[in-house]
Design a protein around this ligand. Structure first.
Ligand code: G3I
Length: 357
């Protein structure tokens, strides 16, 4: 199998005879280059995605080139969040998300919606909202149903609720829980279902690879939804990982997800390297190799543990290292993604392909 650019330079063709006033002298001719290129998603046994930023898609040709070439599924990194779509009570701002949806449709890519309900990225009008529980319920329902209806038939799937649990398995304190009670989560799924009966509905969270308490809480939520007839079709495991994460922990997350019987999306994969948050760390070949080995292991573990019918796919959280949320979040440099800052393939790229075999 050929994974990378194969370049054949026909050195013998590099010169040809030219005629000058003084006689015949060699004139340089550029080498003939035959490029056999690859697309990451074509090697993968399940959809392969990236989250993307709209301004990078619009303004950076290298970035949009990689997205177009390498992935067959995309998620908006921020453009479908509450704060982006619904900045004021009676104002929806569809422009960025619509741009991405149009791009996906024109280029034959699946688009996964992220996210209808989260405790973060809320506009001030929501955090300052002073209505009673009926007004809160109406606001929640209106947002979910307006957004899902807007993208009906275009966005195949949604992270309905994101990060409902703390790492210890307790329910996170949020404006939603505070104003609507913990069972508001079930109604989010029902509202989404009413607005688009065909959409695949996910519960999305992080930490499955290190918190068995969170896994248990999510498993209990899913089984209670099943018992109560609340629609849920998928579990999203973000997988924002460190390269030191153990095989056993990764396998435990996969076993949990397989056991839900739902579709499983590794929804925000990235593998960070700067575990000590050093300002001086540099990206060495050795770190690149260790990161690649982790990428390969994660993909292999997913492919081996998750039954085919449950494999929704793997999505990395953005494309190139310079675009990652990780450096600003941890306050130190990092290189968590399969492409470098120039959108060149890192060893992790080939490792993902190897893992999918
Ligand atoms: O676009 C504005 C810009 O105009 C402004 O000057 C700048 C100043 O802070 O902010 C910019 O917006 C930022 C936005 O990212 C785009 O870069 C927001 O402040 C910042 O909060 C936002 O962070 C995003 C974060 O979610 C919060 O919404 C990250 O990009 C995004 O990667 C991150 O993604 C989350 C997933 O949704 C859920 N799982 C965890 C993951 C990582 O935190």
């Amino acid at each position: 199998m050929i994974y990378f650019l194969l370049t054949f330079s026909f050195i013998s063709a590099c010169t040809k005879k030219g005629v000058t006033a003084g006689g015949t002298t060699p004139v340089p001719v550029p080498p003939v280059v035959v490029v056999v290129d690859t697309n990451l998603y074509k090697f993968m046994p399940f959809p392969m995605g990236a989250s993307v930023g709209i301004s990078l898609m619009k303004n950076n040709a290298k970035y949009s080139g990689v997205v177009g070439k390498e992935y067959n599924s995309i998620t908006a990194e921020n453009a479908m969040k509450f704060g982006a779509l619904h900045p004021a009570e009676n104002t929806y701002n569809w422009a960025d998300a619509d741009y991405l949806v149009a791009y996906a449709q024109a280029n034959g890519k699946r688009i996964h919606g992220h996210t209808l309900n989260w405790y973060q990225n809320l506009p001030a009008w929501v955090t300052n909202f002073s209505g009673d529980s009926i007004a809160w319920e109406n606001m929640l329902k209106t947002h979910i149903q307006t957004v899902v209806a807007h993208f009906k038939g275009k966005v195949a799937s949604w992270d309905v609720v994101n990060e409902y649990f703390n790492d210890d398995g307790t329910i996170r304190t949020s404006v939603w829980v505070k104003n609507l009670g913990p069972d508001y989560i079930a109604r989010c799924f029902q509202y989404a279902r009413q607005a688009d009966p065909d959409a695949i509905l996910f519960y999305n969270d992080y930490g499955h690879e290190y918190s068995s308490a969170k896994r248990t809480a999510i498993a209990n939520l899913i089984s209670s939804f099943k018992t109560r007839g609340i629609p849920i079709h998928g579990v999203g495991m973000q997988f924002h990982m460190t390269y030191t994460q153990t095989d056993a922990n990764i396998n435990a997350a996969m076993a949990f997800a397989a056991g839900t019987g739902l579709k499983v999306h590794l929804s925000e994969l990235d593998i960070r390297l700067n575990t000590n948050k050093l300002q001086t760390l540099v990206f060495t070949d050795a770190l690149a190799a260790q990161q690649a080995a982790r990428y390969k292991f994660v993909v292999q573990a997913y492919n081996a543990a998750i039954p085919k019918a449950q494999q929704f796919g793997i999505t990395t959280w953005n494309v190139g290292d310079a675009d990652s949320w990780v450096p600003s979040w941890q306050g130190a440099p990092d290189w968590p993604l399969p492409f470098d800052a120039n959108y060149l393939r890192k060893p992790a790229y080939k490792a993902i392909i190897e893992g999918g075999k």
